[in-house]
Design a binder for this molecule. Structure first.
Ligand code: ADP
Length: 644
């Protein structure tokens, strides 16, 4: 030991005092030999007061007087003892410490006592406890939690996280936290937002390995210390699948409700928009709902609700309605139920009811829709029309009968007049002879002019008038026959028909050098001989009423229009002034009887024929320029009303 290490010069006391651990030395008899400053600071005991006292008197612990007493343990031959302890200090605080206990030997190698090295772990303990608590909270939390450092490296995940993401802890730890944030988010944006605001919230869907989908809410927050320095990032994932489902179903229910409400509103406004009366009843006919049309038809207010539909039906028709409701329930509908009903403002009305069974989307019966049409007015005008047309038919019959009687019966007296006029003529001649032979010159002179001139002249007038009446009567007869003749309806080749008609006028056309042209014509349907008569009359008139000062031009053409065929006969004749244009179709109507021959029957016959064919005739004309007679005829058989 010649060259000392210098350690022997070092003051043992100084070492003892400078260590931050608390040091206590106790002899074999529990006497405190030494405590250092750190010890007295830690436990708040005075060094000088403690020395020489028994250790259990200075600062007892739960180990005192037990076999675990460290001194006892060392005295029993152990070389080392350690215990962790919490004690209450003199000034009331709790201190956690770890004590490392070792035997202390004297220079002679004999055991003096023990030396205790005490480390204050109060703060560490507090932190680890806290961590433990937090950890247990984290682990037990149903929310998945991941903790990551500021670089995004995952340092901790709880079991819920593992369950949620269906991965191992190792796998989770190997990935950056931002991997778990994706779900449609940009992780870089999320991270910068998090650093700026300290919090970032989002929602997303996890596509799990087992194929299931989880809706999660992600909440990432920055953990900071007291000086606002970021420490780590904690992300929690909350499974909101169920919440979302509930929310959605709630929303769906709300939407369905809204739609249903909108539907009812719509149905109501649709119902009200129609003028037809609509009532919705239950299966017994009790009205649960009705529209404006209904209250208007029956002159009612809202009181209608809760009344039975049959209350609006006249007693005799109630069975009809009840039967219809029964049929509707069985077959789904019952239509065209005509019955009389009672309206509060209109009295007795006639209605047609259509019943339809109402079903919901699942096919369950929900009621009956009764659509009610008030046909009172219609019925009334139908009745009037029926009555009028019946009257008209009778009048027509009467008229035809009259025409027949007149034209037929008037003929025999006319024949008599004719016959007796002839007789008179003969008698006149006889008188002439007698006078010539027997009378005096002077008497003969007086009688002869009367007998020779006056009487024959008068007789001639009588005869003329008689033949005139005769031709009128035969015209009337023709018309009355026309009304009764049966129609033989068929398709007519109009090109052929017109060329036939023109053939009959060949002589006049040549004689008057008429320029007559015919276009290609569409066909129509009708009674051929009667249609022949129509065009014969029109062409005849076009020739007859030509303008003598012009070259007569006649043009015949036709076209189809709106399912009908229209023909026209156009001339450049004398024309008809507007005031006569309607009347020329009347019976016996003639504009200028003296200048031309005729009976005023032709156009009337034309109109009569067209009436029976459900056709029409009309004229466009300008006086002095010409006339254009139009004829419209049906294209198909079914358009002809045969019974007119
Ligand atoms: P009618 O020819 O025997 O007189 P209608 O009934 O055929 O009898 O004609 C009635 C009247 O209509 C004729 O008297 C004539 O004044 C006028 N009328 C008919 N067709 C024409 C025509 N194409 N141009 C000018 N007037 C016409």
């Amino acid at each position: 030991m010649g060259m000392g290490t210098g350690l022997e010069l070092i003051d043992f006391e100084q070492i003892l005092q400078s260590t931050s651990n608390g040091i206590r030395i106790i002899d074999k008899d529990f006497n405190v030999l030494k405590i250092n400053k750190a010890y007295s600071d830690l436990f708040g005991v005075d060094e000088y007061e403690s020395i020489g006292k028994k250790c259990y008197e200075v600062l007892g612990s739960s180990l005192c007087y037990t076999s675990d007493c460290p001194l006892e343990v060392i005295l029993n031959g152990e070389k080392y003892a350690q215990y962790e302890m919490q004690i209450e200090t003199i000034n009331g605080g709790n201190i956690n410490y770890i004590s490392n206990v070792k035997p202390l030997y004297g220079p002679d190698g004999k055991l003096i006592g023990i030396i205790e090295d005490i480390k204050d772990i109060t703060e560490i303990k507090r932190i680890t406890d806290e961590i433990k608590i937090r950890d247990s909270i984290l682990t037990s939390s149903i929310n998945a939690i991941a903790v990551a450092d500021l670089d995004g490296r995952i340092t901790y995940v709880n079991s819920s996280f593992i369950d949620m993401w269906q991965c191992s802890i190792k796998e989770a730890m190997s990935r950056p936290i931002t991997d778990f944030w994706q779900m449609g988010n940009n992780p870089a944006d999320a991270l910068s937002f998090l650093f700026k605001r300290g919090k970032w919230v989002s929602e997303g869907v996890i596509n799990r390995k087992d194929g299931s989908l989880l809706n999660v809410q992600i909440l990432a927050s920055m953990v900071i210390d007291e000086t606002d320095t970021p420490i780590c990032i904690v992300t929690s994932f909350v499974d909101i699948t169920e919440l979302k489902r509930v929310k959605e179903s709630k929303l769906r229910a709300q939407t369905a409700l809204a739609i249903a409400k909108a539907n009812t509103d719509t149905i109501k406004s649709i119902m009200d928009a129609v003028v037809i009366a609509i009532a919705i009843t239950d299966l017994d006919g009790m009205i649960v709902r009705f529209n404006k049309g209904f209250s208007e038809t029956f002159g009612l207010n809202l009181q209608t609700q809760g009344r039975n539909l049959t209350e609006f039906i006249t007693e005799e028709d109630i069975p009809k309605v009840l039967n219809a409701i029964k049929k509707c329930i069985e077959d789904g509908h019952a239509s065209n139920i005509e019955c009389s009903a009672i309206s509060e403002n209109k009295g007795k009305i006639i209605v047609i009811i259509d019943f339809t069974l109402m079903k919901d989307s699942r096919g369950a019966t929900t009621g009956i829709i009764a659509v009610i049409r008030d046909i009172t007015e219609q019925k009334r005008s139908e009745e009037t029309r029926e009555r009028l047309s019946f009257e008209l038919m009778n009048k027509n019959k009467e008229l035809e009968q009259m025409i027949r009687i007149v034209s037929h019966d008037l003929r025999s007296p006319l024949v008599n007049i004719q016959g007796f006029s002839n007789e008179l003529n003969i008698s006149c001649k006889q008188i002439q002879d007698i006078i010539r032979e027997n009378t005096t010159e002077s008497l003969a002179e007086k009688l002869m002019p009367i007998i020779n001139d006056d009487i024959p002249e008068i007789l001639e007038y009588i005869m003329l008038s008689v033949s005139k009446i005769d031709s009128l009567l035969s015209g009337l007869l023709r018309i009355s026959r026309l009304g009764r003749a049966s129609l033989n309806i068929d398709e007519i080749d109009m090109d052929k028909l017109i060329s036939n008609v023109i053939g009959t006028f060949e002589f006049q056309i040549k004689q008057y050098q008429i320029d007559l042209t015919v276009d290609k014509l569409p066909n129509c349907v009708g009674d051929e001989s009667q249609i022949n008569q129509v065009f014969s009359n029109l062409i005849n008139n076009a020739i007859k009423y030509r303008d003598p000062n012009k070259n007569a031009v006649i043009h015949i053409s036709g076209y189809e229009n709106d399912g009908k065929v229209i023909y026209f006969v156009e001339d450049n004749g004398i024309g008809i002034s507007p005031e006569h244009q309607e009347k020329i179709f009347d019976l016996f109507y003639r504009l200028d009887p003296k200048s031309t021959q005729g009976e005023g029957l032709g156009l009337n016959i034309v109109r009569k024929i067209l009436d029976r064919h459900n056709g029409k005739v009309w004229v466009e004309s300008e006086y002095g320029k010409g006339s254009k007679f139009y004829v419209s005829l049906p294209k198909t058989k079914k358009e002809i009303l045969l019974d007119v």
